[in-house]
Design a protein. Structure first.
Length: 100
């Protein structure tokens, strides 16, 4: 009797376990999802306020970064212009031929 009864019992037990587990998991997921959905719905105004606040702060940060970037570009251009002017004033550094 052990030749076929153990595999048949394993198949039946596995199938039953699968069905019960799937049902319990589905029920738990439905209840958990419903509770989460209700919680979000109940707090939707608070969530919207926080989301808008975060968006506003991020937008302010973008403006700050843009302003600093422009200031950095202006500063770099001024440094490059000053360096170019020094090089032009310095000349090539070549030798002058004597008129003897």
């Amino acid at each position: 009797t052990f030749g076929l009864s153990i595999p048949v019992g394993a198949v039946l037990g596995g199938g039953t376990g699968l069905a019960v587990g799937a049902t319990a998991g589905t029920a738990t997921g439905a209840v958990g999802g419903g509770a989460a959905g209700y919680g979000v719905y109940a707090k939707k105004d608070d969530i919207k306020f926080v989301a808008n606040s975060v968006l506003s702060k991020a937008s302010d940060g973008v403006e700050t970064v843009k302003a600093r970037s422009v200031a950095s570009v202006v500063y770099a251009k001024a440094l490059a212009s000053a360096a170019k002017a020094r090089l032009i004033r310095a000349g090539t550094g070549g030798t002058v031929e004597s008129m003897d």
